[in-house]
Design a protein around this ligand. Structure first.
Ligand code: HEC
Length: 121
């Protein structure tokens, strides 16, 4: 009776990964963005750079913001995958950057925040 059990485990695993791939919810993302507001908005540079249009932007290029050399030289473009990795663990994604944020560990929240950022273009 091993295969039915295996089938159940596989179904659960596949179900979970399909969920993680699901498009995020911008309204929930706006709420999850609350801690970011201490440093970011979509109008001007503050403690952190202006995030208007950040999805698809080259990292470290918003005019008038004084970025760390680490982020400026990262060579990254903020596509969804890079944004999620950055927001999950900024220190690991770009060592030496100056965004002091512990990261979002919840995959749904990550998807939601990125969906919200996409609406701010
Ligand atoms: C304590 C302040 C702070 C918080 C909180 C914070 N950030 Fe930042 N963020 C920064 C700083 C400072 C930078 C610039 C980092 C550098 O130059 O190394 C930055 C950079 C970024 C960038 C790269 C922008 C670019 O132009 O390359 C993104 C995207 C970003 N933050 C998103 C977020 C999001 C989304 C959140 C919330 C989940 C968040 N940040 C929370 C301070 C913060």
């Amino acid at each position: 009776m091993r295969s039915p059990a295996l089938g159940t485990i596989l179904a659960v695993l596949i179900g979970t990964s399909a969920y993680a791939q699901e498009a995020g919810d911008p309204a929930a993302g706006e709420k999850a963005f609350a801690p970011c507001k201490a440093c970011h908005n979509f109008q001007k540079n503050g403690v952190g750079p202006d995030l208007k249009g950040v999805v698809g932007r080259k990292a470290g290029t918003y005019e008038g913001y004084s970025y760390s050399a680490a982020l400026k030289n990262s060579g990254l473009t903020w596509d969804e995958a890079n944004l999620k990795e950055w927001l999950k663990n900024p220190k690991a994604k770009v060592p030496g950057n100056k965004m002091i944020f512990q990261g979002i560990t919840d995959d749904k929240k990550l998807n939601d925040v990125v969906a919200y950022l996409k609406t701010q273009s």
